[in-house]
Design a protein around this ligand. Structure first.
Ligand code: ARG
Length: 438
């Protein structure tokens, strides 16, 4: 079913009709579509373009459609070109001739643009809420498992950090993601309704009124841009891609840490799966799937950038291709955030294993050099001295603190008894700006 046809002599090819139809996926915009129409109809009545009674009748009909969809009485199914056609056809069936006046001074071009902005704005808010939950879970799990662990560079043990601080590093990333979403929401929050097809309308409509009614900051500045701007979707896809980068990195850590090689953490059974052949296996599939799904979200960003890059102004049907990638990315990122939230909230942290790992691998070598500097040795010389101490320890298979004072003093006379306390892992984090990690 379509809203046009007057100028056509022939029926549309069936394959073309299916190819053109977006109803199967844009039906999820039903609420936004009706909200936009309610604001439009009210404005038409207030401006005297429709009579007050006509405007009220239309709005009553729209409200009825919304509540019937919500109650399940009206199914979002049938042979419609898109959600806009579905709502308008149902309106006319419900209230008769007057329903045909709703589309006065409006095009599907500004209609779909306003629907998508409203929908995307809600997505930004829901993502923001989910991120906030995850930040809370990371901080809580970090606080409840406050122990030291090795920090790495090049995936080689480097220096001691705390598990809580490690979790806070991810919380910092997700907080940045929240700011990015707030910024995107602010930028996109302008109403394209009233741009009509591309060049406004001869009716004396009030774009300011509909913008306000729908909670937008203001109407867009330019009609041509208003109907063809999809920057906000690209931007949200980019925001979601960065979220997935962060989730994927965290997933990678958890996959490594839960391996037999690390044994730093165990994932809860609720977020793990088994093997059909190897009875002993418990696999971190939750994290692997999050890591894997990042590719699909990045792909959607690249896809929409590519769709948009060659389009002349104003609306082109290519833009219908904005919806599935955006919806799929949103669903994927929301699910990934919920799963990660569960993984973190139920994570078991093996503090003894982490602490044990700190003790091998010379994670206090830098602090031995700091000690020498504090005792008058230039840093570059101190670096060389500690390198030689580490070589000796490797030969003997021991840690720096296991060497006797006598042996240590062979390397530098600046060393005395106080070195042992200085490089004890219990004390290291209490010095300098390392205190911030506690
Ligand atoms: N389904 C279309 C879309 O998603 C709606 C706009 C249709 N506009 C048009 N001129 N045919 O972009």
């Amino acid at each position: 079913m379509k809203l046009w046809g007057g100028r056509f002599r022939k029926e549309e090819n069936q394959m073309m009709e299916d190819f053109n139809s977006s109803f199967s996926f844009d039906k999820r915009l039903y609420q936004e579509d009706i909200m936009g129409s309610l604001a439009h109809a009210k404005m038409l009545g207030d401006r005297g373009i429709l009579s007050r009674e006509e405007s009220e009748e239309i709005r009553e009909g729209l409200r009825g459609i919304l509540s019937d969809i919500q109650s399940g009485e009206l199914a979002l199914s049938g042979d419609y070109e898109d959600i806009h056609t579905f709502v308008e056809v149902n309106l006319i069936q419900r209230i008769g001739e007057v329903g045909k006046k709703l589309h006065t001074g409006r095009s599907r071009n500004d209609q779909v643009a306003v629907d998508m902005r409203l929908y995307a704005r809600r997505c930004a808010e829901e993502l923001h809420e989910k991120l906030e939950e995850l930040v809370g879970a990371l901080s809580k799990t970090g606080r409840e498992n406050d122990c030291i662990m090795p920090g790495y560079t090049h995936l080689q043990r480097a220096q001691a950090v705390t598990f809580r601080y490690y979790m806070e590093a991810y919380a910092a990333m997700f907080r940045r993601d929240m700011l990015r979403l707030e910024n995107s929401r602010e930028l996109m929050n302008e109403s394209p309704l009233g741009c009509a097809a591309l060049a406004g309308t001869t009716h004396d409509i009030d774009r300011g009124q509909t913008a306000k009614e729908l909670g937008f900051r203001k109407p867009v500045d330019n009609f041509l841009d208003g109907v063809s701007d999809r920057d906000y979707l690209i931007e949200l896809l980019a925001d979601m891609s960065v979220i997935m980068v962060h989730l994927s990195r965290l997933s990678e850590e958890l996959i490594l840490w839960s391996s037999q090689e690390f044994r730093f953490v165990s994932l809860d059974d609720a977020y793990s799966t088994g093997s059909s052949i190897m009875p002993q296996k418990k696999n971190p599939d939750s994290c692997e799937l999050i890591r894997g799904k990042s590719g699909r979200v990045f792909g959607h960003l690249t896809g929409l950038l590519t769709t948009m890059k060659g389009l002349p102004l104003a609306y082109n049907k290519d833009m219908q291709e904005d919806k599935q990638p955006f919806f799929d990315s949103f669903d994927t990122v929301m699910a990934a955030l919920s799963i990660m939230n569960g993984v973190i909230a139920t994570l078991r942290v093996h503090r003894e294993r982490m602490e044990e790992s700190v003790k091998s691998g010379f994670l206090n070598a830098t602090e031995v050099a700091d000690y020498l500097v504090a005792h008058g040795v230039a840093f570059r010389d101190a670096h060389g001295i500690v390198g030689r101490i580490v070589l000796r320890c490797e030969e003997k298979g021991c840690a720096i603190e296991d060497l006797s004072l006598e042996e240590l003093r062979e390397f530098s006379p600046a060393i005395d008894e106080s070195l042992y306390a200085y490089i004890d892992y219990k004390n290291i984090l209490k010095k300098g700006n390392k205190k911030e990690m506690l």
